[in-house]
Design a protein around this ligand. Structure first.
Ligand SMILES: Nc1ncnc2c1ncn2[C@@H]1O[C@H](COP(=O)(O)OP(=O)(O)OP(=O)(O)O)[C@@H](O)[C@H]1O
Ligand SMILES: [Mg+2]
Length: 256
């Protein structure tokens, strides 16, 4: 099972859309078995796949309970090949609990919980919150790859250096497998600002950038209201074609 963290310290850059649509394309177009982890108290991925709830177990229990079988918290979705480990606002409290309980390892809990199910999925995608906290550190410690979605605006590159440093620290201290797979430009419009932002990023050797960018499309916001992945909601929209191309590029790069 390859574990991929979708992360950026900035909010609203399409982390959730990238995680959810990548999961959908991997499952439906490539017939992969995907576990999608919602690692954000906002629970947007859980809502997208209809599994948001306060009655059932969630990632909060995975991080805090002793000897929990992770299967108890994983939900099936209407898509064959996509299961979701949901999140909700209890994650705020769970984070505090993890921080206060130093009797057990604090940063490796997600990795330990995922270990026993490594053979059940081909890919595990983690949709992170716009933050570095104990949840996101658990995600980085568990991951093989990091993908950073970036929406070009005046503040687009703020926090990038800090995130890179966090990735490097995690690699040095706890997880030598961790690799920055690349930055993915999202919400791309053919404006001078977007083109210049993309060119600037491509000129930075320390930040690999995927050749595919995800075009801005009004259909994307509509698809979130319809709780439908973009390739299902509007197969011919630019964003759907781009997410399909992006997953192909990601898989091709992985072979090299
Ligand atoms: N390709 C796109 N075309 C048009 N709108 C987009 C596109 N990608 C993202 N958006 C818009 O950006 C919004 C935020 O996307 P998303 O929720 O995936 O961001 P996020 O990084 O997960 O945010 P948060 O930090 O709050 O978790 C979407 O609801 C959508 O309206
Ligand atoms: Mg999100």
């Amino acid at each position: 099972m390859k574990i991929i963290s979708i992360i950026n310290l900035k909010g609203g850059v399409a982390k959730t859309l990238t995680a959810d649509n990548m999961a959908h394309v991997l499952a439906v177009y490539h017939k992969k078995r995907v576990l999608l982890i919602d690692n954000d108290k906002q629970g947007n991925t859980s809502k997208m796949f209809g599994v948001h709830s306060y009655d059932d177990k969630s990632i909060s229990d995975v991080l805090t309970a002793r000897r929990l079988d992770i299967h108890e918290a994983i939900k099936k979705t209407r898509f064959e090949g996509i299961d979701v480990l949901p999140a909700n606002m209890t994650l705020i409290r769970a984070n505090l609990e993890v921080m206060m309980d130093s009797t057990r390892p604090q940063q490796t809990r997600l990795r330990a919980a995922l270990d026993p199910i490594a053979g059940e999925y081909d890919y595990c995608l983690i949709d992170n919150a716009p933050d570095i906290n104990i949840s996101t550190i658990n995600a980085l410690v568990a991951s093989d790859d990091v993908i950073i979605p970036i929406k070009i605006d005046k503040y687009a590159f703020d926090g990038l250096a800090e995130l890179k440093e966090q990735i490097e620290d995690t690699r040095d201290d706890l997880n030598p497998r961790l690799r920055l797979a690349g930055c993915l430009i999202t919400c791309f419009q053919r404006t001078d600002a977007d083109k210049q932002g993309e060119e600037w990023l491509q000129s930075q050797p320390e930040y690999p950038v995927f050749d595919t960018h995800i075009r801005y499309s009004e259909k994307v916001t509509e698809s979130t209201f319809a709780e439908s992945p973009i390739a299902e909601y509007s197969r011919r929209s630019g964003a759907a074609m781009d997410y399909i191309a992006f997953v192909r590029e990601y898989l091709e790069r992985g072979k090299k």
